[in-house]
Design a protein around this ligand. Structure first.
Ligand code: AMP
Length: 283
């Protein structure tokens, strides 16, 4: 496992692998690694000759009022967590190199970036698609791995890769949850023990929605109401949005179909948490 901090060195290593016709799996992260990151890394290891883990707390995907400055950064702990996974390179670029002085170019996936989380985080997805494009250009991965937990992000990146003819396979892996159902997230570190317990209301609301759908409910407004009631029963949780939408266009649906995405954002204490399920195999 080798730590690389400069773009030039990363490009040199990636070029060497390409000339040897090796496949490269890239797992982009912001660090503060947890079990869900490990699942992406393990799959990347199975699928590819070489695995690159990037750790970069990307300033452009945070709104000015958000947690960029307090986002957890602990490289020593990250290195411990990934010990034994068999990662080849940990790429930790500097913000000043990723965004050189005079920087003027961004990548924007229209419409999709303004919906769901984009409505409250207007610059977020442009920051994500720009930095992911940069990582793709630097490393030229064969495959890149993302989590379904950030469903909108995965949908936008897939769209971008198709629209811009990027020669990379976008692999999206299922949401990994803690024992009580709460999705792993670096931002769970912001929660007090009481708030962490309150966060259980998020998977519980989605599980109940899923049960209702399985029982035959298809009317989106009724499912939304049910999720809202569950979230509002928890005084520490503040619902930001619930979306029931078509999973490619992210347009809101009135009737739930197979594949429909049910996504929500909830604020608990200092954390803004997101989660989702999809309605699969409805009979
Ligand atoms: P982050 O470091 O939070 O930017 O996340 C890096 C990658 O890990 C993204 O593709 C996320 O979607 C993915 N990820 C984070 N949490 C989870 C989770 N609980 N389950 C699956 N993937 C996740």
């Amino acid at each position: 496992m080798r730590v690389i901090k400069t773009l030039r060195e990363m490009q040199t290593v990636a070029k060497k692998w390409h000339t040897e016709n090796k496949t490269i799996g890239l797992v982009p992260t912001m660090g503060a690694l947890h079990t869900a990151h490990l699942s992406l890394l393990r799959k990347a290891k199975i699928d590819n000759d070489f695995v690159v883990l990037s750790i970069f707390v990307n300033p452009t995907q945070f709104e000015p009022s958000e947690d960029y400055h307090i986002y957890p950064r602990d490289l020593a702990r990250d290195l411990e967590i990934i010990d034994g996974v068999g990662i080849d390179i940990i790429f930790i670029p500097e913000a000043a190199d990723m965004y050189p002085s005079g920087f003027k170019t961004t990548v924007e996936v229209k419409e999709l970036s303004t919906r769901l989380c984009g409505a409250v985080r207007p610059n977020h997805f442009q920051g994500v698609t720009t930095v992911v494009t940069k990582l793709f250009n630097i490393i030229k991965p064969t495959r890149a791995y993302f989590g379904q937990k950030d469903a909108q992000q995965a949908i936008i990146i897939k769209r971008m890769a198709v629209d811009l003819h990027m020669e990379v396979e976008i692999v999206v892996l299922p949401t990994i949850r803690e024992e009580d159902g709460v999705a792993y997230s670096s931002r769970n570190l912001y929660l007090s023990p009481k708030e962490r317990q309150a966060a259980q209301v998020i998977p519980r609301s989605l599980e109940l929605a899923k049960a209702k759908i399985m029982q035959g409910e298809r009317v989106a407004s009724r499912i939304k109401q049910q999720i809202q009631d569950v979230i509002q029963s928890e005084p520490l949780a503040q619902l930001e949005y619930i979306s029931i939408c078509e999973p490619e266009s992210l347009s809101e649906l009135e009737i739930i179909n197979e594949g429909t995405l049910i996504a929500l954002a909830v604020r608990i204490g200092k954390a803004r948490l997101i989660d989702n399920i999809t309605a699969e195999e409805l009979s």
